[in-house]
Every structure is written in C-alpha cells, then in structure tokens.
Design a protein around this ligand. Structure first.
Ligand SMILES: NC(=O)c1ccc[n+]([C@@H]2O[C@H](COP(=O)([O-])OP(=O)(O)OC[C@H]3O[C@@H](n4cnc5c(N)ncnc54)[C@H](O)[C@@H]3O)[C@@H](O)[C@H]2O)c1
Length: 378
C-alpha cells in the first residue's frame, strides 16, 4: 500500500536515494532565468507521466498535480527516482475541482506554462455518467484558466481529442472539420475548448490545443507504461484489453461492432504512439506565442481497423488471443483518422512510431514486467 501525502500537500522530493526528504527551500515558488517551470496536471496518468518524463529529460522544471483518482503514485515515484535533484520535480496531491486548493497551488508556485492533461477519459463511461464528465473536464478547465489568469501564467497546452469531431462524413479529419461531438466526453472537451478560445480572444495567453487521436505505446526505455485501475478496465481502451487478454487476466477480447461501414466492418481509428504525442507537446510548448492560438490534430494520418489492431497485438504478444464479436457499443463512431498536415507544416512534427506492432511490442514489454501495474515498481 502506497502512503500518500494529504490532499493539497506538496511532495518536493529532495532525497537522493529514492526516499522522501522535503526540499529545504522551495525553488518552485520563484521564476528562474533560463528555467521553464511547467505545471503538468494529470501527471500521474498515462500520457501525463510520459510528458513529464520528456520535459524533465529536457531540463524543464515540472510540478505534477494529480488526485490519483486514475493515475498511479508509482509513476510519480519512477520520475522522482530518475530526477531526484532539488528543483526538478515536485508532486502535489490535489483535486482540480477544489478551487481553493488549485488557487493555493498557483499562489505558491511560479509556473511558466500549464500542460492540462488531467481528465476522466472514457467514451463509454461518459455516456453512463455524463455529469462527471462535464464537471471533471469542462468545469475543471475553467478552474485552471481562472487560476492561470489570476496568477499571470501565460502558456497553456490543452489535451483535447478527436472525439470533439464526432462522426464526420469526410475523412481524413482536418482542423477545419466541423466539431459535432456525439458523446458527453467529446462534448465536454469541445466546451472546454470553446471556453479557452473565448478567453484567448481578449488575453495575451499563448494557447495550443492538441486534439489527440487514439494513444498507444509506452516509453521505449521501459520506465513508464499504461496502468489503468482494474475497476476501470471495463471502460478501457483496446490496447489495455488486448494485453489483459494476452496475459489471461480476461478470457478474451470483445470487439464491439462488426457492421460499421468500413472495409472489414470493425471501427477504424488512428493510433498515435505516446512518444510521438509527447514530442508534439514539447514542440507546441516551444512554438506557443503570446496572444495566439494553435489548434492541431495529433495523429498518424492512417486509419487501422480493430481487426488489424487485434492481429498486430497477437503478433506483438505472441499470444493467440480469443476474440468475440459483439453488437455495437453506444457512443462509438465508425471511422476516424487524422490529416496531420497542419502540425507537420507549422510545428515540424510527424509521427515516427507508425508501426503498430512495434508500438504494441514496446508496451507489452512493460506490461509483462509489471503484472500488477505500478504496484511492483513502488
Ligand atoms: N488516452 C487516449 O487515447 C486519449 C485520447 C485523446 C485525448 N486524451 C486526453 O489526454 C489526457 C490524459 O489522458 P490519459 O489517457 O493519460 O488518462 P489517465 O486516466 O491515464 O490520466 C489522467 C490523470 O488525470 C488525473 N485526474 C483526473 N481527474 C483529476 C482531477 N479532478 N484532479 C486532479 N487530477 C485528476 C487522474 O488521476 C490521472 O492520473 C486526458 O485529458 C484525455 O482526455 C487521451
């Protein structure tokens, strides 16, 4: 069982041996020439932890804020062990819905930028519990923006999603494709985008909105991985389900929907490797300009069907996974893939990890070595 700091408490680890020793003076509270301090909300989660790792590797100062509702303290501990020097990384346990706690965090820290990853993020769950989604995504983004405005934090990189487009008739999806989300998750993210865009019209904030497609993979060096809570598995994403099936944690895979208008009847998605995704964030951060908003799709530009994905997963894991084909799931759309031209031209970013099987192999290595997720790493 992991011991957690009390809510709102900072754990700036200044220990050099992986234990916990609080920092003598709080270097996080002052701006420092040549150091960019990034608040990474949701940094204990899958994508946020990978982003924090990349930022730390590039000598950014990082504060992670997370309520650990879905993330893992084990991921934070991995980062703390890798970057133990004072002033590199601190973890703050807090809920972004707690206005007072968030304001305190902003008054006690000198942030230069915010990467706002924290969110609940399952389409299926959002159809069952929509209010949770509007609160956690839309309302909490408002809290973040208000705090940024009040404390003069001038750069925001926002995690949005292709789910804001809904089910467009024309593929591929460009940034000009009308946003007509069809589930509460996509709607909540679109509302958050709208709030950010309205605010940015009368402010000097530098804003980058990144609309991710389906994120897969993990750190090629095997330090971090994707470890959703067991109780969330039923809402989970396809890669997690494939790995669970390969490990025998679940009896097989349930592919939901075989009558979509696609070449093999299963849904088509654009799978983007998390290493490429965090690279897009760092490029966005570097190119963000005061008073300007950049909106970018982050995908490979190539759609793969669920059947193709399952085949790649079988090869990556070496396991002949059992597959059941079932009826459609509410809130899903048939075909989604990106046109990544804009991000290529403007941010000089292109996906590098485009071999599905290779991305899955990397992720599988971590999964095999961490049968209990991060529990084994702490
Ligand atoms: N994974 C994908 O395929 C995908 C695709 C498109 C967009 N996104 C977006 O990327 C972001 C990160 O997703 P992820 O896959 O890493 O999810 P995740 O669940 O692994 O990470 C989210 C993190 O946010 C934290 N969190 C949630 N609510 C919070 C709150 N109120 N206060 C503080 N912390 C809170 C969780 O504890 C968790 O650590 C989300 O905004 C999601 O909508 C993800």
């Amino acid at each position: 069982m992991l011991s957690l700091p009390a809510a709102g408490l900072v754990s700036s680890n200044c220990s050099l041996d992986g234990g916990f020793v609080p920092c003598p003076s709080n270097v996080f509270s002052e701006h420092e020439e040549g150091v960019i301090h990034v608040l990474v909300t949701g940094g204990a989660g899958y994508i946020g932890s990978h982003a924090a790792l990349r930022l730390l590797k590039e000598s950014y100062r990082v504060t992670i804020v997370d309520n650990l509702s879905r993330g893992n303290m084990g991921a934070v501990k991995v980062l703390q062990k890798l970057f133990p020097e004072p002033g590199q990384l601190q973890f703050v346990y807090a809920d972004l819905g707690d206005l007072k706690a968030v304001n305190k965090i902003f008054s006690e820290n000198a942030f230069d930028a915010v990467m706002h990853f924290a969110a609940v993020a399952y389409v299926g769950e959002s159809t069952v519990d929509p209010l949770k989604y509007y609160h956690n995504i839309t309302s909490n983004t408002l809290v973040i923006l208000e705090s940024m405005a009040a404390h003069d934090v001038r750069t925001l990189i926002y995690s949005s999603t292709c789910a804001t487009y809904g089910e467009p008739e024309k593929m591929p999806i460009t940034e000009e494709t009308p946003q007509v989300p069809i589930n509460p998750y996509g709607k909540a993210k679109k509302m958050a985008e709208d709030i950010i865009l309205d605010y940015s019209k009368n402010s000097d904030m530098a804003v980058m909105i990144l609309r991710y497609f389906n994120v897969i993979g993990s750190d090629p060096e095997g330090r971090l991985g994707e470890a959703p809570r067991p109780e969330l598995r039923e809402h989970g994403r396809i890669s997690g389900a494939c790995f669970d099936a390969a490990r025998g944690v679940i009896p097989g895979l349930k592919v939901k929907g075989t009558d979509y208008k696609t070449h093999d009847g299963t849904c088509i998605r654009d799978y983007i490797d998390v290493t490429d995704l965090v690279d897009a964030h760092v490029k966005a951060l570097k190119k963000a300009k005061p008073g300007e908003v950049g909106i970018y799709n982050v995908g490979t530009g190539r759609g793969r069907s669920v059947k193709e994905f399952v085949e790649a997963c079988k090869k990556a894991t070496g396991v002949e996974i059992k597959v059941d084909y079932l009826a459609r799931r509410p809130g899903d759309y048939a075909e989604v893939f990106s046109d990544p031209t804009k991000i290529r031209h403007e941010l000089n970013w292109t996906a590098q990890f485009t071999d599905l099987q290779e991305s899955l192999q990397i992720a599988w290595r971590w999964q095999k070595a961490h049968r209990d997720g991060y529990a084994a790493a702490s």
